[in-house]
Design a protein around this ligand. Structure first.
Ligand code: ATP
Ligand code: MG
Length: 375
């Protein structure tokens, strides 16, 4: 594929906050954008040149998007395979449907990691109560049952602590699942990297993540993972990306165990929430890097000048109306990002803020205190 140059059009499947930031960076770089999303006024529609308002499984609408675009990309790995195939038949699509096929189904993803020899927690496919009982026996308690498809932000998961939880878990998820042994991790990290159409790759500084109730709460970059373990994480992520044949930005979520060793949790073949720190914290944001990668342009530098913390702002903060942003925005080192979502709901990602700096109390503790000003 040739290069996609300023003035040309990038098509985006999915119009949430990730598509929105792609649209904003595309505009800064001089690209045009068209987005496919079912929701009127969705976050990306507010910044893209054109919004095709249709379901993500509407193949005719996807073809229209492809017709208008010079290259097509996605903000979400759960775009239906038929949509991806329809687009791919007419225009370059990055990442390709072949990459997504290995990701969409959690079991396929785990099998891919297993066959490629990557470290991960033991798992088993489960589709009924008997299989679950047998799998729990094999993997041990506690363990986590996850739906094979359509889980995100910890949704579609059930933690099994005792044998009594088994029927509850089956009832709660009602779908083909994967059972995973729970990892007693020391920290969670994610490695974000970009791979270009020429196979060249470049990683961002490793991010360290804290989840609450299965939803990302905060990211600190660079992660407190010293050498040589940090290099090991970078090499692991790079090998995953190359084994997948990925093009674009991707994130590899990992658990670091108490002995320091690393296990892969999951792969996100797209820009990622734990990479939001790069927009404002790094020389090139993950969104700009993604557009460069899928457009066949040289990748940008990923250096970080100072520690940065990202904290997600969930809809719960809106329970008494709009949060009092002035308590946050006047503070040194703070950048606030809101996604333009019409309605707040508990657990819904509405925005995030960055704290950039290296204060004496430590960036994470400092950002936490800033966050508490909103409560
Ligand atoms: N096997 C495990 N052992 C310990 N903790 C786990 C395990 N699986 C998941 N978790 C915890 O739950 C979080 C969410 O899990 P996972 O990444 O599988 O979910 P998800 O719904 O796909 O989330 P997202 O797509 O938002 O990253 C993890 O980041 C981790 O904190
Ligand atoms: Mg995850």
């Amino acid at each position: 594929m040739g290069r996609v140059l300023p003035g040309q059009t990038i098509g985006i499947l999915g119009g949430g906050q990730l598509g929105r930031f792609m649209g904003i960076e595309a505009r800064l770089m001089g690209f045009k954008t068209v987005v496919l999303d079912p929701t009127a006024g969705c976050p990306a529609s507010q910044v893209c040149d054109k919004h095709i308002q249709a379901a993500l499984d509407d193949e005719k609408a996807a073809l229209e998007l492809a017709r208008l675009s010079d290259v097509v990309t996605l903000e979400w790995e759960l775009i239906p395979m038929q949509t991806l195939a329809a687009v791919e038949a007419v225009k370059p699509l990055f990442p390709s449907s072949k990459v997504i096929r290995n990701i969409q189904d959690r079991l396929a993803q785990k099998d891919f990691l297993y066959k490629s020899g990557f470290p991960q927690t033991p798992y088993a496919a489960v589709s009924n109560m008997e299989e679950l009982r047998a799998a729990v026996k094999k993997l041990g308690l506690p363990c986590i049952l996850k739906r094979r498809t359509h889980g995100y932000d910890g949704k579609g998961q059930f933690r099994i602590k005792t044998e009594d939880d088994i029927p509850k878990a089956v009832q709660a998820l009602e779908a083909p699942c994967v059972l995973e042994a729970t990892v007693a991790f020391e920290r969670e990290i994610s490695v974000l990297l970009a791979i270009g159409t020429d196979g060249q790759s470049r990683a961002f500084p490793i991010a360290e993540n804290v989840h609450k109730d299965g939803i990302l709460f905060s990211t600190l970059a660079p992660a407190r993972v010293p050498m040589p373990r940090s290099d090991e994480a970078l090499v692991l992520a790079e090998r995953v990306g190359q084994a997948l044949g990925h093009v674009g930005v991707m994130a590899v979520e990992m658990f670091q165990k108490k002995d320091g060793s690393l296990l892969i949790n999951e792969i996100a073949p797209r820009v990622h929430n734990s990479g939001h720190y790069t927009l404002g914290g790094c020389a090139t944001s993950q969104f700009e890097q993604h557009l460069r990668a899928v457009g066949g342009l040289p990748l940008g530098p990923t250096v970080i000048e100072s520690p940065v913390v990202m904290i997600n702002l969930l809809g719960d903060l809106w329970k008494n109306g709009e949060p009092r942003w002035e308590k946050l925005t006047g503070q040194p080192g703070v950048k606030l990002f809101l996604y333009g979502k019409a309605k707040a709901a508990p657990g819904r990602k509405m925005g995030h803020f960055l704290f950039i700096g290296d204060p004496p109390d430590g960036p994470l503790a400092h950002a936490q205190r800033l966050y508490e000003r909103l409560l």
